[in-house]
Design a protein around this ligand. Structure first.
Ligand code: HEM
Length: 476
């Protein structure tokens, strides 16, 4: 099994049975493990081989090749290679895990939900949660001049309330209640997921996993969410309640197969609604909460950029006379700060694709990969490559000024990926991040405290701080 790369004369680290090259990741997050190998091999070839347990996989080093895989050759690489068996576990039939025609069908149903027009309708709901976010911090400070606050916990409550309100269609209020049932269930959902090794194993050996009828999420917790969604849908249908949120759009798809009288995109089943609502939470909660807290952390470390962001927010609100949807979209310097945060700390630290055609020859090489072969694009490593970002560990929002972006390869920045299978929630994520940051930066100043420390965890799907993220917060 471990001759695959030697037989093809492809550069690769020496594997060890039974984990292959995972053993040398030293328990680090997958994307960080790839970073080490990327640094070792970059410049030698435009890809290298690794072994995940017993199976060979390819890691891309060259951005043109990455472009070919994500965009130009998408028809040969439509899937992400995550375990999916909706018959045994309906949750694995979600958009993130769905494959081939099933994914295409789901994606076309969900795309109309994330247009700018639909997000604009959800904007007032999000804005009011942004205000609660500010009040939450105000209460934490409790009249003191300056106080140490866990911004990761604060941001998690903010994004929980947003997803609860837009995705599940209910007022959550975890920002006001410490012992909030929805937030507790969310915590259980995340902590009760499979261990990283079990997850990587199930993605690598789906047929073995099928034999064990493996379930991704704990049934007790998923049934909590199913009940919440079912009750909300029943209530809305009985009382003819309309609300500007994702659930409303999903109910339209369930009953009419189209949204707001637009083209037919097909009906959604209740199982699909359950799976997608939970996915919206999994994909949208931690990613945005982490990015909000990392952005505050980087701005606390760099007070001059923090002040510049604050000033440009104030100027934009003044220009638009209010904090409108248009004003938020016009906050370019804040977006530069967000992008630089996403570059330094990309929540999706690596992208995965799997060969879905019978075979696929890597462009520019004579390496032919069979159906099922996995390919990784090491986002974290690309974002920390000095060839694209000189002094890559330094936070510098000016890297994302329009003229600087022009100078770089388009695929040197991949927090939301690229191509037909990129992040469907990208616009929503920017909106949430900006709303959260605007509400905090206009009223509070952030600085490092003696207890501020950041270490990445290795358990989740996303790259997040392992523990709390403490910052000093001072009311302006
Ligand atoms: C800072 C915030 C976020 C980041 C960095 C992020 C990043 C990503 C990445 C890297 C992917 C994989 C793309 C690929 O394989 O090519 C992805 C997929 C996805 N994301 Fe996000 N995401 C964020 C927020 C959200 C939000 C708010 C939602 C929606 C509720 C969302 C929903 C999804 C879904 C449904 C997919 C799967 C799309 C598909 O397979 O068609 N994400 N995201």
């Amino acid at each position: 099994k471990y001759n695959f790369w030697t037989d093809r004369n492809v550069i690769h680290p020496t594997p060890k049975f039974p984990y292959g090259n995972l053993s040398e990741f030293n328990g680090q997050h997958f994307g960080l493990g790839l970073h080490k190998l990327y640094q070792k091999y970059k410049g030698k070839l435009n890809f290298f081989g690794i072994y995940i347990f017993l199976r060979p996989a390819t890691v891309i080093l060259d951005l043109d090749l990455a472009k070919q895989i994500l965009i130009k050759d998408f028809q040969h690489l439509t899937d992400r290679g995550l375990y999916s068996n909706p018959k045994v576990d309906p949750q694995t039939g979600d958009l993130l895990r769905a494959r081939g025609a099933k994914w295409k069908n789901l994606r076309s149903k969900f795309t109309p939900m994330f247009t700018s027009g639909k997000l604009k309708l959800m904007f007032p709901i999000m804005l009011s949660i942004g205000e609660r976010f500010r009040e939450y911090l105000d209460e934490k400070i409790d009249g003191a001049k300056r106080k140490e606050v866990d911004v990761k916990e604060a941001a998690s409550r903010f994004t929980t309330d947003i997803i609860g309100s837009t995705g599940f269609g209910i007022e959550i209020n975890s920002l006001r209640e410490d012992n909030n049932a929805f937030r507790n269930a969310c915590n259980q959902l995340l902590s009760g997921g499979p261990s990283p090794l079990k997850r990587i194993f199930s993605d690598t050996f789906p047929s073995v996993t099928n034999l064990f009828r493996f379930k991704l999420l704990n049934k007790t917790t998923t049934s909590y969410f199913r009940n919440v969604i079912q009750e909300t849908i029943d209530y809305r249908e009985k009382n003819n309640v309309q609300r500007n949120d994702f659930l409303n759009l999903m109910i339209q798809l369930k009953n009419e197969g189209k949204i707001d009288g637009d083209d037919d995109v097909g009906y959604l089943t209740m199982d699909e609604i359950f799976a997608q609502s939970i996915l919206f939470f999994i994909a949208g909660f931690e990613t945005t909460a982490t990015s909000t807290s990392f952005c505050l952390y980087e701005l606390a470390k760099n007070p001059e950029y923090q002040e510049k962001a604050r000033q440009s927010i104030a100027e934009t609100i003044k220009k638009h006379n209010e904090l409108s949807y248009e004003a938020i979209n016009d906050m370019h310097y804040l977006e530069q700060c967000i992008n630089e945060t996403l570059r330094l700390h990309p929540p999706g630290s690596a992208l995965g694709r799997v060969v879905t055609s019978d075979s696929y020859t890597l462009p520019g090489t004579n390496l032919t990969l069979e159906k099922g072969h996995r390919i990784f694009i090491p986002t974290y490593a690309i974002h920390h490559d000095a060839e694209y970002y000189p002094n890559p560990d330094i936070f510098d929002p000016s890297r994302f000024a329009p003229e600087q972006i022009q100078k770089r390869h388009a695929l040197s920045f991949l927090p939301f990926s690229d191509g037909p299978r990129n992040c469907i929630g990208m616009r929503l994520a920017y909106l949430e991040l900006k709303i959260g940051l605007v509400h905090l930066l206009t009223k509070f100043r952030f600085s490092l405290s003696e207890n501020t420390s950041v270490k990445y965890g290795n358990k989740g799907l996303t790259l997040t701080p392992e523990n709390e993220l403490l910052l000093n917060v001072e009311k302006i």
